[in-house]
Write a protein that binds this ligand. Structure first.
Ligand SMILES: CC(=O)N[C@H]1[C@@H](OP(=O)(O)OP(=O)(O)OC[C@H]2O[C@@H](n3ccc(=O)[nH]c3=O)[C@H](O)[C@@H]2O)O[C@H](CO)[C@@H](O)[C@@H]1O
Length: 367
């Protein structure tokens, strides 16, 4: 057998099911990029109208939309539609699988993972899961007993997935599209000589963080610090109207350039989403983490607590968040900057993508 035909035998077709928030979509994008580089074929299923629809297609991957109904944890009239939508989205997923004929299905969370994972179980297609959070989401808990491997990030997660084969790997980080020219802060109107505070509320932005940043802005400017500020879509035009012409402030709703901004950040003020935390580590950026209090089972708090224990971040609960506590936390990091930087730089490298792909190919007998 020549090399080409033997490689063709090793190629696999991978179908991803993910959606809802960037935190569920980007780990799948990361794996898809890597699988594709190795010559494999990939496809995505996501919710029609969900943020995955444009993110996945912007990344150049084939995308098929299904219509899914989220099952809310608390009573919500929309839950009445759930059984009907589950059946129809399951049939839609099965149809896509019959056409695409995947060797494996990978679900990285979000309610769209439910019907996609379920269809793969019914069709006996090997299912793999990735859970970025310390406390697993509903779909992960439901699907995990049927997955070949459930990949996790935190030690604690295993205790919630007792009937599953679990492998701890970390968060696969996507290669974000870079504007090749963003090589200096001057390109976004900032001064490379001055300190830069990066504010990001995760893929959807954070109103609580935005509001305290607005109040703290005069002090930030007085101290001659600069601000790269992601507001999220909600409230963006209001903040942009007020502050986009202010010297030392670069404001945006959502940007594919976030990875560039990490590179220029002296410190960051963020929620405690799993992907944001992994990106902060990869870019060695000390952070003030303000966990989203309504996150399922308070998982962002536990994420942030782990980071504080490692000496790479400060946990600032939202209930204590105000201009003074924020400025105190910034000062604490800036006054002990070497401590935080050294701890970040001593972390082991993130090899989650490679580890997951190796484990899946081995499990499929394609190594
Ligand atoms: C509200 C909510 O349920 N949040 C959850 C969601 O967070 P969320 O979707 O906000 O995810 P993360 O904060 O973990 O990551 C945000 C992602 O969006 C990207 N980004 C953000 C802003 C921007 O302008 N450009 C950009 O590309 C970041 O680089 C990152 O890759 O999923 C995470 C992983 O399951 C969970 O830990 C969070 O608790």
């Amino acid at each position: 057998m020549n090399n080409l035909s033997s490689n063709q035998n090793l190629r696999v077709r991978i179908l991803f099911g993910c959606g809802g928030t960037g935190g569920h979509i980007f780990p799948a994008i990361a794996l898809a990029q890597e699988f594709k580089k190795l010559g494999n074929e990939v496809m995505f299923i996501g919710n029609r109208g969900g943020m995955e629809e444009h993110i996945v297609q912007e990344e150049g991957f084939p995308f098929r939309a299904i219509k899914v109904q989220k099952l809310y944890r608390k009573f919500n009239p929309a839950n009445l539609l759930f059984p009907f939508r589950l059946v129809s989205s399951l049939l839609e997923s099965k149809k896509i699988m019959k056409d695409f004929k995947p060797d494996a299905v990978i679900c990285t969370g979000g309610f769209v993972s439910g019907p996609v994972g379920l269809a793969s179980i019914i069709m006996k297609i090997p299912l793999y899961l990735h859970e970025s959070n310390s406390y697993p989401g509903l779909t992960t808990k439901f699907l995990a007993p049927h997955s070949r491997i459930t990949f996790t990030v935190y030690d604690k997660t295993k205790s919630f997935l007792k009937k599953s084969r679990v492998q701890k790997v970390g968060v696969p980080l996507a290669e974000k599209k870079e504007k090749a020219t963003l090589s200096s802060l001057t390109e976004i109107g900032l001064n490379p000589e001055k300190k830069v505070i990066l504010v990001t509320g995760g893929s959807q932005g954070s109103q609580a963080i935005n509001s305290v940043i607005e109040k703290t802005l005069p002090q930030i400017i007085k101290r001659d610090w600069q601000l790269i500020w992601q507001t999220g879509k909600q409230g963006y035009s209001n903040y942009a109207n007020k502050f986009s012409n202010l010297s030392g402030v670069y404001i945006f709703d959502f940007s594919p350039l976030l990875s560039s901004f990490y590179r220029f950040a002296t410190l960051a003020i963020t929620r405690a989403g799993a992907i944001t935390i992994a990106e902060l580590e990869a870019n060695a950026v000390p952070a003030i983490l303000i966990p989203l209090p309504t996150a399922a089972e308070n998982h962002q708090f536990y994420n942030a607590r782990e980071q504080e224990k490692k000496g790479v971040a400060i946990l600032l609960p939202q209930a204590e968040l105000n201009t003074q506590t924020l400025l105190n936390s910034m000062d604490k990091i800036l006054n002990n900057y070497d401590f935080y930087k050294n701890n970040l730089e001593s972390l082991p490298p993130n090899t989650a993508k490679q580890d997951i792909i190796q484990a899946i190919l081995k499990d499929l007998g394609k190594e």
